[in-house]
Design a protein around this ligand. Structure first.
Ligand SMILES: *[C@@H]1O[C@H](CO)[C@@H](O)[C@H](O)[C@H]1NC(C)=O
Ligand SMILES: *[C@@H]1O[C@H](CO)[C@@H](O)[C@H](O)[C@H]1NC(C)=O
Length: 193
């Protein structure tokens, strides 16, 4: 009576739920190379190198998108302010202020000098690109936010719940039908006697 389709239907919520579990409990496989466990006392540099490569990837990617966004802001100015983009000191001031706002004041590693240099660098490159008279800013890609997996988890949970309801409903339907049939058999049997 339990067809293959129904067995699959019964197993699907389990599969979906296990999938959702790994999302909610933090599947860190997407953060390849990065680990909290690295130490300078490790035998090999493998772990530390992994971390270095991870942050190199992050830094380069974000620097790229940050400059692209500054170019887009320049284009916005051109578009909205009679074709006039920001001049170098305006870009520098905005970038320096923005970066400064993210600086927690710790001088342990990142100093004000680093922020100044970064602002110089971003300003120079933004101007260079803007002066080429681009019509479109280079594309940017936002990183996938934490809510993404959360949303996915909710969707999977709803899916899983829906499948369970379908399963339970069809099981109830099957049981009721066979019970009805049994009753009818009984009625026929008692009528015969
Ligand atoms: C993922 O997390 C586990 C446990 O928290 C850890 O042992 C493992 O090294 C992590 N993997 C990566 C790639 O960071
Ligand atoms: C840049 O623009 C600002 C505001 O429009 C202006 O005050 C400043 O003099 C300009 N700087 C240069 C170097 O042109």
């Amino acid at each position: 009576m339990l067809s293959i389709g129904r067995i699959v239907l019964a197993l699907l919520p389990i599969v979906v739920f296990i999938d959702a579990q790994t999302f909610s409990t933090g599947d860190n496989s997407s953060i390849a190379d990065c680990s909290h466990e690295c130490s300078h006392k490790d035998e090999s540099r493998f772990c530390l190198d992994g971390n270095a490569h991870f942050y190199e990837r992050l830094l380069m990617g974000h620097l790229r998108y940050y400059i692209s966004t500054q170019v887009a802001i320049d284009l916005w100015h051109k578009h909205h302010k009679q074709g006039v983009a920001r001049n170098a000191s305006e870009i520098h001031e905005e970038v320096r202020e923005g970066l400064g706002l993210q600086w927690t004041g710790e001088k342990d590693i990142v100093t004000e000098k680093i922020i100044d240099s970064l602002a110089d660098l971003v300003t120079e490159r933004t101007q260079e690109i803007t002066l080429r008279d681009r019509k479109h800013a280079p594309p940017t890609h936002c990183p996938i936010p934490c809510e993404y997996t959360h949303d996915l988890y909710i969707i999977l949970l709803v899916l899983s719940g829906t499948f369970n309801i379908i399963l339970i409903t069809s099981l109830i339907a099957v049981c009721t039908r066979s019970a009805e049939r049994r009753n009818r058999h009984l009625l026929v049997a008692t009528d015969d006697h």
